[in-house]
Design a protein around this ligand. Structure first.
Ligand code: ADP
Ligand code: MG
Length: 284
């Protein structure tokens, strides 16, 4: 009846790549989530602009043009904030840095757009303003700090219920890993009732956290990681069961994942665990 279980799951938009993953889902003890695009919608809106070197319009203009080279949800938000493409603006040599941001040449000037870690890397003395809330995207021009943009995201409608349902299926620990700031992470974790969260992580730090959690799992218990795919392939591969959210997932993530959800609803994870447990005749 493994086939029955895999078939039943696929009818609900849950693709399980083999019976061993159905078994692992049935024994899921810890479920680890990526934040952006997994628990939150990943649809950011710009809420404030704090320029310090150039005017607010130029700050947004530069950020939007650099972000034309990125598929990150943050990039889409910054492009939308300055929708008119400027043909006189030449953007070259774009280099994206996972978990940090992106650097590119705009009309010969090196423009860095990303978090405080990226500002430190390019030697720009970043600042924040009192009252800044949400995700902060800093901009530097030729290593000089040029200001920051505040953007905000929302938790998905079904995320809180999804966490509660996963717990009802017997999962002991729910954990969120994110590259975003501590205060943003804390707010989401509190709102959703997660057991643990870790913020300001690089993709390699996410792998290290999953390894630490794996090493503290009880005998026979399994760890699942759920991500939207952007920069998640290494953690998806490291978990006992890697679950990719299909709608936004990259090809690399779908490849690295053991389970693919055809839509991006976190509530499908509890459904997957429930199907797995019933198939294996484990009742809780
Ligand atoms: P999460 O862990 O929340 O899914 P990521 O690891 O993808 O987030 O990114 C972590 C952080 O890196 C973001 O919060 C942002 O500060 C920065 N970042 C990543 N990509 C970009 C980008 N294209 N533009 C600006 N900032 C970015
Ligand atoms: Mg992510």
């Amino acid at each position: 009846t493994f086939f029955g279980g895999i078939g039943g799951a696929s009818r609900k938009g849950i693709l399980v790549k083999g019976s061993s993953y159905l078994e692992a889902l049935a024994q899921a003890d810890t479920v680890v989530f990526d934040k952006t695009g997994t628990l939150t919608r990943g649809v950011f809106a710009v809420s404030a602009v704090h320029p310090s070197l150039v005017g607010p319009d130029e700050l947004l203009h530069l950020a939007a043009h650099v972000e034309r080279n990125s598929t990150h949800p943050i990039a889409a938000a910054l492009r939308d904030a300055y929708p008119n493409e400027d043909d006189s603006c030449e953007v070259t040599d774009a280099v994206e840095r996972a978990g940090e941001g992106i650097v590119a040449k705009v009309n010969g000037r090196s423009v860095a757009v990303g978090n405080s870690r990226l500002m430190d890397a390019v030697g720009a003395k970043w600042t924040t303003c009192s009252g800044d809330t949400g995700t902060i995207i800093h901009v530097a021009i030729d290593g000089t700090y040029a200001g920051h943009v505040l953007i905000s995201d929302e938790v998905k409608d079904d995320a809180a219920e999804a966490i509660a349902a996963i717990k009802r299926e017997g999962v002991r620990r729910t954990v969120m890993l994110t590259g975003d700031r501590e205060d943003v992470a804390k707010r989401v974790a509190d709102e959703l009732g997660l057991d643990e969260y870790h913020a300001e992580l690089l993709p390699t730090d996410k792998v290290a956290n999953v390894e630490r959690l794996l090493s503290t799992e009880p005998e026979g218990a399994r760890l699942a990681f759920v991500g939207d795919g952007i920069n998640d392939a290494p953690v998806l591969a490291r978990a006992d069961v890697g679950i990719a959210m299909g709608a936004m997932g990259s090809d690399a993530a779908i490849e690295a994942a053991d389970v693919v959800l055809m839509d991006d609803k976190p509530s499908k994870i509890a459904v997957a665990i429930q199907i797995a447990r019933r198939t294996l005749g484990i009742a809780r």
